[in-house]
Design a protein around this ligand. Structure first.
Ligand SMILES: Cc1ncc(COP(=O)(O)OP(=O)(O)O)c(N)n1
Ligand code: 3NM
Ligand code: MG
Length: 231
């Protein structure tokens, strides 16, 4: 029969408890899907405003050369702010750019192929929609994070899955691999996703189209994240 004294006698308990706690939820930004030459300045304004853990370059329907040019312009900015640089869709271009990782959708290639191209240290994220099965598969295949969404309607992309936030809670009970929440996330609807266990809030339009600028967008999210109880 365990009692309080038994716990106190275990010298490793406090360390293990600390180690097993999930770090606080952080912000992960996604670029607009068209690259504007003024974007580096907008990005700097966002990064000056508060902590951002990761940035994904997500350009759609453009030539490879445009992705490479944009990535080369943004990479030193992200490095200066110590923000992980993730490229969407393309492990081959992530390799060419020397990005920190790649985000793969279900039709963007295998984790194994991306891992062998990018190496052990690369951050490989995988879209899992609203599926526990896809998340477990991705975890077993070596994903560094699993992405659930879209939690809310969004004009950024057509989406057909609408997970319940409880998928985040479930994931945190079965896996130490970080989970990210995406899709229509705003400062007004973010708190329940963080409370459910999201390790990262992935945000595009709520930051880039904030009426007072991208910096104000980051600050609005930061203020929500700071108010969340420790976990
Ligand atoms: C962090 C994150 N989660 C999900 C997605 C969506 O990826 P995918 O399903 O491949 O769709 P596209 O973004 O490529 O249109 C993402 N990009 N990032
Ligand atoms: C790129 C993307 N993927 C989604 C998914 O559900 O897989 S939702 C989404 C759009 C995210 O942008 P915003 O913060 O503007 O809604
Ligand atoms: Mg994709």
């Amino acid at each position: 029969m365990m009692n309080d004294d038994d716990v106190a006698l275990d010298p490793g308990f406090a360390d293990r408890f600390e180690r097993d706690k999930r770090p606080p939820c952080q912000l992960y930004l996604i670029s607009p899907e068209r690259y504007d030459p003024g974007f580096p300045e907008t990005l700097k304004a966002a990064l000056d405003a508060g902590p951002v853990a990761a940035f994904q370059l997500r350009l759609k329907g453009v030539e490879d050369m445009e992705i490479l040019r944009a990535g080369a312009a943004l990479k030193p900015i992200l490095a200066a702010y110590d923000v992980a640089f993730i490229l969407n869709d393309r492990a081959d271009l992530a390799k060419e750019l020397g990005a920190d990782g790649v985000h793969l959708g279900q039709t963007d290639g295998s984790i194994a192929a991306a891992r062998s191209l990018l190496g052990h240290d690369a951050q490989i994220g995988v879209t899992c929609h609203d599926s526990r099965h896809l998340a477990m598969e991705a975890g077993e295949a070596g994903a560094d994070y699993v992405a659930f969404g879209a939690f809310h309607p969004t004009a950024t992309k057509e989406t057909s899955h609408r997970p319940d936030p409880s998928i985040l809670s479930w994931w945190t009970t079965i896996s130490e691999i970080p989970c990210v929440a995406i899709g229509g996330i705003t400062p007004a609807n973010a708190a329940p996703l963080v409370a459910a266990g999201a390790d990262f809030l992935v945000v595009s339009s709520a930051v880039w189209t904030h009426p007072e600028g991208a910096g104000a967008g980051v600050k609005a999210f930061q203020s929500i994240l700071e108010q969340m109880p420790a976990r």
